[in-house]
Design a protein around this ligand. Structure first.
Ligand code: PLP
Length: 407
């Protein structure tokens, strides 16, 4: 058997479909975010500003976070030394879970090594806890939720994105006596649109379903204490399981769920993705806890974040660039052609030192290829100005459409 030839075929397929991924090698410099250094393939170094990161608030370089991490590293050493069950539960993990339970006003929280794992492990475990479970999922849910639902190997149904009438139709077709979970997101990161949280919760109540929300693109950034869109809208207490990340707005790493004490106890006890893996390093847990704690009171950072997003959108709209604006902090600019999308991204990086990944199929549907900008409080007027000017000139150069799609 020629295994190498088979690998060649698999990789060639990606090249042919234009889906082969090349990573841009970025050296982040503490204190300089969003400015960084690109280690070019030719061995040269080039200064760049990063416009597609998920460190939405710059917490990855915040002194409060770094100090907590240094302190824990010096006091507890590098790794946790075990799974949560076998010697890997430290005071830092307990503190982090208490911070998160308090953030979402739930009885308990459970930390995983990432939000991907938290989604996958939790959703795939729910069918073990509720025999006969039916999982109902928004079609645009993140890959981690899709995988968790698939791995749960129970009956599943997909409703059209944010289509409440379709969700109702799906629910009406199901056995009223069967246990059900509706899984959805508060912010969908590719279009930057909000999930219809209240409408979905109303249906969950009506049909006796549990609700599962992914607030990964909202925690730290929305709500008076950073509890997410559900906190902002006063809906947290109606949601059964809230999923979040510690890696995006909180700037560190890790993921979690927050729920009732009993739900958390059951997931803790049944989910292989929680049980059979080493817990986060104490320094990571300490940094994440410090970040969560800090953002419960730092409303200035949250307001600056929203302001930067509004400024960028207003300026791009002023030039007639086709931005997709659903009122969140994510700023997608529609290109609608994979080759041009890649070309603009290449030119931005090489000629202007502006780093934004092109978002092409299969991450988004064909014909909706886009550049997705994530402004933050650390993107100053100089960076915004440079980006707007660069896009303006590239749009003219590539003869791209200036009509506003989103209106
Ligand atoms: C990034 C992302 C995740 C995964 O979060 P990690 O902590 O990076 O694993 C989960 N859900 C959504 C919607 C995401 O965008």
């Amino acid at each position: 058997m020629d295994y190498t030839a088979k690998l060649d075929v698999a990789l060639e397929r990606l090249h042919e479909e234009g889906r082969y991924r090349t990573f841009i090698d970025i050296e982040r410099k503490r204190g300089m975010f969003p400015n960084a250094v690109w280690n070019r393939p030719d061995g040269e170094e080039q200064p760049v500003s990063v416009w597609c990161g998920n460190d939405y608030l710059g917490m990855g370089q915040h002194p409060v976070v770094l100090e907590a991490m240094h302190e824990a590293l010096d006091s507890a050493g590098a790794g946790s030394g075990g799974t949560r069950n076998i010697s890997g539960t430290t005071v830092y993990h307990k503190e982090l879970e208490a911070e998160l339970a308090d953030l979402h006003q739930k009885e308990a929280a459970l930390v995983f090594t990432s939000a991907y794992i938290a989604n996958d492990a939790t959703l795939s475990t729910l069918p073990k806890l509720f025999p006969g479970l039916i999982l109902i999922s928004d079609e645009l849910n993140h890959a981690s939720m899709i995988n968790g639902i698939r791995n749960g190997r129970c009956e599943k149904h997909i409703f059209r994105h944010n289509d409440i009438a379709h969700l109702r139709e799906v629910l009406e077709g199901l056995d009223p006596a069967a246990p059900k979970v509706i899984a959805f997101e508060s912010i969908y990161s590719m279009d930057g649109d909000f999930g219809l949280i209240e409408e979905i919760l109303d249906l969950a109540d009506e049909f006796g379903a549990l609700s599962y929300i992914d607030e990964v693109h909202a925690v730290g950034m929305y709500g008076p204490r950073g509890g997410g869109v559900a906190e902002r809208d006063g809906l947290m207490d109606r949601i059964d399981i809230i999923n979040g990340t510690l890696a995006k707005a909180y700037g560190v790493m890790g993921g979690y769920i927050a729920a009732s004490a009993k739900m958390v106890d059951a997931i803790r006890s049944y989910a292989p993705g929680f049980i059979f893996t080493t817990s986060l390093p104490p320094a990571v847990a300490a940094g994440a806890a410090a970040s969560v704690r800090h953002l419960k009171t730092d409303t200035v950072l949250r307001e600056q974040h929203q302001l930067q997003a509004r400024i960028l959108k207003t300026r791009l709209k002023g030039l007639g660039l086709p931005i997709i604006d659903h009122g969140t902090h994510i700023v997608p600019v529609h290109v609608g052609n994979p080759t041009k999308c890649k070309m603009i991204s290449d030119r931005l990086l090489e000629d202007y030192g502006i780093y934004v990944q092109p978002i092409n199929y299969p991450t988004v549907p064909r014909g909706t290829e886009r550049l997705r900008f994530t402004p933050s409080p650390v993107h100053g007027p100089l960076e915004i100005d440079a980006l707007v000017k660069a896009l303006d000139s590239l749009w003219s150069h590539c003869a791209l459409n200036r009509a506003d799609l989103a209106g």
